[in-house]
Structure formats: structure tokens, C-alpha cells
Write a protein that binds this ligand. Structure first.
Ligand SMILES: Cc1cc2nc3c(=O)[nH]c(=O)nc-3n(C[C@H](O)[C@H](O)[C@H](O)COP(=O)(O)O)c2cc1C
Length: 217
């Protein structure tokens, strides 16, 4: 079979400990599952006992140009397996430090769902910090590894999103974001500077507003 070629190969590292009970992440994944040039990797499914295969994970990273970490926001951070993944996979001499250049030039971002609304993630909001500020360890980790850290794609207010119809506009944005990353149609400096990746997407072919995912009533 002939392999299709794309500007960039995209890897989605999904981390949700109970995907069968997910309302939002499950639907986001369903919206991008069929995209050619995008590899989906479910970390909890693959490593239910956290027995992460470091060599396999490193090989996956090498095979892709864009690494997207998709996860619900847990305690202003990620589900535990992503921390374990970082601790084991990003080895000294491989990902950083002397000779650690294997990830240089790759793009990376987080695709996150939060229970809290967008207004809570502002300086005068309940959570006091912006999403970008809370993601500083991911930003700096990417920097240390020579990767370009892009703004996160965030779906806020997940508790209000119960149905397929509720999640559909966010799923559509996620699909557009992965396509833009894959096809190199994203303004990368804008995507690095923006608060949210959805604000840096090229115009939608339809009338979907680019900021829909972060607006909550
Ligand atoms: C252990 C745990 C910690 C959570 N911490 C946060 C948090 O820090 N901020 C927040 O906005 N939501 C938090 N939530 C809510 C989740 O982010 C929310 O349930 C999830 O994004 C919904 O996505 P899903 O439908 O795919 O599960 C937390 C939920 C759990 C179970």
C-alpha cells in the first residue's frame, strides 16, 4: 500500500485514565481517529500498570514531527501517567543534556479539557493563573529538549458539555488544529505566542468561530 506523505507527521499521546467514562476527550479522539498522517497512542490502554516501554516511546517520538499531549486537566496538571512518561522517556543524553538532541526542532503542545470555565483561568479568576502559566513546566521541558512549544488547545467548562452536540464544535476545532499542524498551515510564531491554539488557526472553511472552544456561557 502506498503511504500518503504530509508536511508533518503528528503523534497524539492520549492520557485519560477512564476513557470509557469520558464525556469530552472520548469525543475529541473520535473526531480525529480517521485522520491520515495522525497517529493515536493511548497511554493508559497501552500501559495499564505504568510499565512504560522507553525504547518504543522514543522510537514513536522519532517517527513524528509534532507531539500532541491530549489529557484532562487534573490538579492543574496532567494525569499521572504523563509524569511517569516524562520521567522515563526524556532521558539525559537523548532528549536533553550532552548529546541529547533527538527531539530538536519538533513541535509540541497540549490539548486539554478542564472542568473550570475560561473565566476561572485568569488572574482575577478562581484559579488565579492562566493556562499558559500553569503549563510552564511543559513549556520549559520542551525548551530544554529543543522543541517548539505551542499554545494549548483547551476545551474549558467540560461539566457543561454532556452531549455529542455540545462537544461537536470543540471536536471540529481539534480536528482543524491537527490538520493545520499536519499540513503546515499554522502560523507558528502566532501559535507560540497565543493564549490558546484555537486563536492561531487558519480561518475555518465553514463559519465555525475560532474562539468557540474557550467561551462558556
Ligand atoms: C482527579 C481530578 C482532578 C481534576 N482537577 C481539575 C483541575 O485542576 N482543574 C479543572 O478545571 N478541572 C479539574 N478536573 C476536572 C476534569 O478536568 C474534567 O472532569 C475533565 O476535563 C473532563 O473531561 P472528560 O469528559 O474527557 O473526562 C479534575 C478531575 C479529576 C477527576
Amino acid at each position: 500500500m502506498r503511504r500518503m506523505s504530509f508536511a508533518r507527521r503528528v503523534l497524539v499521546q492520549l492520557a485519560h485514565p477512564v476513557l470509557e467514562r469520558s464525556r469530552v476527550n472520548r469525543r475529541l479522539i473520535a473526531a480525529v481517529r480517521d485522520l491520515p498522517g495522525v497517529t493515536l497512542h493511548d497511554l493508559y490502554e497501552r500501559y495499564p500498570a505504568f510499565d512504560i516501554d522507553v525504547r518504543r516511546e522514543q522510537a514513536l517520538l522519532l517517527e513524528h514531527d509534532v507531539i500532541v499531549f491530549q489529557h484532562p486537566f487534573y490538579w492543574y496538571s496532567t494525569p499521572a501517567i504523563l509524569k511517569e512518561w516524562q520521567d522515563l522517556v526524556l532521558e539525559h543524553g537523548w532528549a536533553y543534556g550532552k548529546g541529547g538532541t533527538r527531539l530538536h526542532g519538533k513541535l509540541t503542545c497540549n490539548a486539554i479539557t478542564t472542568g473550570g470555565p475560561a473565566t476561572a483561568y485568569q488572574h482575577d479568576g478562581r484559579n488565579r493563573f492562566t493556562m499558559r502559566e500553569l503549563l510552564a513546566p511543559w513549556d520549559q521541558t520542551a525548551f530544554l529538549c529543543g522543541m517548539r512549544f505551542l499554545a494549548p488547545l483547551v476545551v474549558h467548562g467540560s461539566f457543561r458539555l454532556g452531549s455529542d452536540e455540545d462537544v461537536a464544535p470543540h471536536a471540529e476545532l481539534y480536528r482543524r488544529a491537527l490538520l493545520a499542524l499536519r499540513d503546515d498551515t499554522l502560523d507558528l510564531s502566532r501559535a507560540q505566542q497565543a493564549s490558546y491554539l484555537q486563536d492561531a488557526l487558519p480561518p475555518a472553511p465553514s463559519s465555525t468561530p475560532a474562539t468557540a472552544a474557550k467561551e462558556q456561557p
